[in-house]
Design a protein around this ligand. Structure first.
Ligand code: PLP
Length: 505
């Protein structure tokens, strides 16, 4: 048996787990079988007669070290600030994790009968009550597994409501108005629900152009509007009440994308502004982990008019008992197995309870304060495309640096060399070379200052030595990827190197 050369240095160029394979190594051994394998225990067609070829043969310590080493290459919210805009990346408190691991919550089977799930149902019910209070909207479903799915659920509610209200005539009401700056999931949800998207222009201040909105409404057929508030430029839509009234007068409904609720919780309620439907992202505003696209929760909330169409089952309270109600004939149906991702609900309620009324309000205020601090500190070095004060995220463009050939992507890559996760780049599309920075309330003054200093240093480098920034990052394992090829032609399968395998055997 030949021992293959695998780099042993703990931080450099860790090979694939397959490349660590050494014939005969095992990480776990089962006790010897002490019963005969009969047909009724294990039918012949279920027994394998081949060897497990191509499976890595590794010991427990090989496995642990391999994955621990790889894990250290990841940037994570536990390592440092994550200034992504639009996608609130706040710290995930350990207390939430502890709560979610309580045996009665973590081990409860989703098919356990109602009588044995009272605690879990109560928790879902209480979270629903709190989210309704926070948004000012009485209807809710916690089923959707992400913001995008909550969004799609909300648009389906609008569709179901219009079909119910207008009958046959509903087919003439298929226009969904969406601002240019919207997140891509907005037009996607609208198109998938059978609506035609018309784009609303923004004003020079980054707000919805009211004149254009009225013009589009007068063209008729308006089913609704999808609006993010504060919008994706980080600016509060001050005309929101008038916007809602205009859409309602045209016979449509207002969908608010709630991804930016971190600027509003405890201060202002979308329901009070005239919004009919909203989604929340528990993994943004309510501090549950984002995961790798993993189990999330994107609650959909709505007005009393839309509530009969919400997904079933609904969790309801009858005296002191909680129960599941499937009896909503107008419901759009289930959008997710069981009741959604329950673990996220435990974490979100834990977040709400640890903060309380005052704490939630304070978190919002600090999130806005931190963004304004960054916005103000960087406005000399970086072009600030809109005059008005930002809410929870600060927006800049690369205008000052691009004169030297340094663009947003270069600035983001250089930030990695300074030890920071890059900000959101090239979004929203309405600002050329956009950089969207959302520090969140989880960052202290010292960390904010370090980030600001790094950004100012990068601007100086861009002016004095542009190549340094253009060729960044200099400190990472891999420099710049061919991202298009990586996305279009990903290599997803490891193929065994036959020669090595045969010499090893
Ligand atoms: C994050 C985000 C979404 C989508 O939410 P997911 O939970 O990622 O599916 C929609 N709109 C905006 C503005 C967002 O920032």
């Amino acid at each position: 048996m030949s021992i293959k050369k695998v780099t042993q240095h703990p931080t450099q160029n860790e090979g694939l787990i397959f490349e660590r394979s050494q014939g005969g190594r095992v990480g776990y051994r089962l006790p010897k079988l002490d019963v005969p394998i009969t047909e009724d225990i294990l039918p012949a067609e279920l027994r394998r007669d081949d060897d497990l070829e191509g499976v890595p043969e590794v010991s427990e310590v090989d496995v642990v070290r391999h994955f621990t080493r790889i894990s250290t290459w990841n940037y994570s919210i536990d390592l440092g600030m994550y200034p992504l805009g639009s996608c609130t990346m706040k710290y995930n408190s350990r207390l939430n994790e502890k709560t979610a691991r309580i045996g009665g919550f973590a081990n409860l089977h989703p098919l356990a009968p109602e009588e044995e799930s009272q605690g879990a149902l109560e928790l879902i019910y209480k979270l629903q009550e709190d989210l309704c209070e926070i948004t000012g909207l009485p209807g809710i479903s916690l089923q959707p597994a992400a913001g995008a799915q909550g969004e799609m659920t909300g648009v389906m509610l609008i569709r179901a409501f219009l079909d119910h209200r207008d009958g046959e005539a509903s087919k003439d009401r298929r226009v969904m108005l969406i601002p240019e700056s919207a997140h891509g999931t907005n037009p996607a949800s609208a198109a998938m629900s059978g609506f035609k998207v018309k784009t609303i222009r923004a004003t020079a201040d980054g707000l919805t152009d009211m004149a254009h909105l009225r013009e589009l409404c007068s063209e008729g057929g308006v089913a609704g509007l999808m609006l993010t508030n504060p919008n994706t430029c980080g600016i509060f839509e001050t005309d929101i009440k008038e916007i809602c009234e205009t859409i309602h007068a045209a016979g449509g409904l207002v969908y608010m994308d709630g991804a930016n609720m971190n600027a509003l919780v405890g201060i202002a309620r979308p329901g009070d502004m005239g919004v009919d439907v909203i989604h929340l992202n528990l993994h943004k505003t309510f501090s549950t982990p984002h995961g790798g696209g993993g189990p999330g929760c994107g609650p959909c909330l709505c007005s009393a008019d839309l509530a009969p169409f919400l997904p079933t089952p609904k969790i309801e309270k009858d005296g002191e008992r909680y129960h599941l109600n499937y009896d909503y004939p107008g419901s759009i149906g289930r959008v997710k197995a069981f009741y959604g991702n329950f673990g996220m609900m435990v974490r979100a309620l834990s977040y709400i309870y640890t903060h309380g009324n005052d704490g939630l309000k304070e978190a919002t205020e600090v999130a806005v304060l931190n963004a304004r601090y960054v916005s103000n500190a960087l406005k000399e070095a970086y072009d600030k495309p809109f005059e008005s004060d930002c809410m929870h995220e600060a927006i800049f463009s690369h205008k000052n640096q691009s004169k030297k050939g340094v663009v947003t992507l270069d600035i983001a890559k250089r930030l990695i060399d300074y030890g920071f996760h890059p900000m959101t780049v090239y979004f929203p599309l309405v600002v050329e070379g956009a950089m969207l920075i959302e520090p969140t309330e989880s960052v202290g003054r010292a960390d904010l200052d370090a980030f600001i200093e790094a950004m100012i240093d990068i601007d100086r480098e861009a002016q004095e030595d542009p190549q340094l920034v253009i060729n960044a990052p200099h400190s990472t394992r891999i420099g710049r990827l061919d991202e298009a090829t990586a996305a279009r032609k990903p290599v997803l399968r490891w193929k065994p190197d036959m020669e090595t395998l045969s010499t090893a055997a």
